[in-house]
Write a protein that binds this ligand. Structure first.
Ligand SMILES: [Zn+2]
Length: 276
């Protein structure tokens, strides 16, 4: 994929589907890529909705479950996907990010033996991952999540690679990272940490691997005043990849699913980390 005049094109220069959304405004110089799920019925209905004035919402791209990509807003124009949000001291992420919606019905409740979305769509068991959301309070039971298709993840990777290169984006993040009190998308089934590692090469050899030498708390920041994250404490022996250091604290990527939480990233005190 490549980008010309802020439109996404195939490698051979041919156009991808474009459906103009009126829900946009202002010049955009994006710094981040924000991933979402639609929580809709299917890609076509989500695209139609985001292209209609009454939605008052949009995204730059929608990726269907077959991997098909539709653009709705040029990449140099603000789309309305983030709402009230903040990241790294910046608020109102619509003005600083490109938004991608993945067709997915979202968080599922188990009702009378079936997994059911907020729109009352029943999802077959073989398309459901049961997991805690990283932002859910400890003690909450896990939810169901419709799994993403391999075609969708491949398309998300390819388009993210093109966007990061073209606009020098600094990170790929979730709506649930920038609006954690309000939003759960793209949720535990989206492989954000491994995509980020592939896109930015963050698992460098010069950052150590550790194992937990005790049951280890994982916190939202480098200090015991920061809140515990869901999944804490991780069991003794859990392997983690160091991402960065702040004083005695390390930001780590927990490599295995622990306590029902996938993609756990947070801060641990260094005294309980043993070189692996
Ligand atoms: Zn969202």
């Amino acid at each position: 994929m490549k980008i010309r005049n802020h439109r996404l094109l195939q490698d051979d220069g041919s156009a991808l589907p474009y459906r103009a959304s009126p829900n946009k405004g202002g010049a955009l110089q994006a710094r981040w890529l924000v991933m979402h799920y639609t929580a809709g019925r299917n890609a076509e209905s989500s695209i139609s909705w985001l292209a209609s004035p009454q939605a008052k919402a949009s995204a730059h791209l929608v990726i269907g479950r077959d991997g098909k990509i539709t653009q709705l807003v040029p990449f140099n124009v603000v789309a309305w996907h983030a709402g009230a949000s903040s990241w790294e001291g910046v608020s109102g992420l619509n003005h600083h990010s490109i938004g991608i919606e993945l067709d997915n019905v979202g968080r599922l409740d188990h009702i009378a033996g079936q997994w059911v979305s907020p729109l009352k769509i029943v999802v077959p068991d073989d398309q459901v991952r049961v997991a805690k959301h990283k932002n859910d309070a400890p003690g909450l039971p896990p939810s169901g999540w419709q799994t993403y298709t391999a075609e969708q993840i491949d398309a998300a990777f390819s388009v993210a690679q093109a966007l990061i290169a073209h606009y020098a984006l600094r990170d790929i993040i979730g709506h649930d990272d920038i609006a954690p009190g309000r939003k759960s998308d793209p949720g535990p089934d989206f492989p954000l940490v491994s995509l980020r590692a592939r896109l930015f090469g963050r698992r460098e050899d010069d950052l150590p691997m550790f194992t937990a030498s005790a049951a280890l708390n994982v916190r939202g920041g480098p200090g015991s005043e920061h809140a515990l994250l869901a999944g804490s404490p991780i069991p003794i022996g859990t392997r983690v990849q160091a991402l960065e250091q702040s004083g005695l604290w390390w930001k780590v990527d927990v490599l295995d699913e622990v306590n029902g939480v996938m993609d756990l990233v947070g801060w641990c005190h260094g005294r309980f980390l043993q070189a692996a």
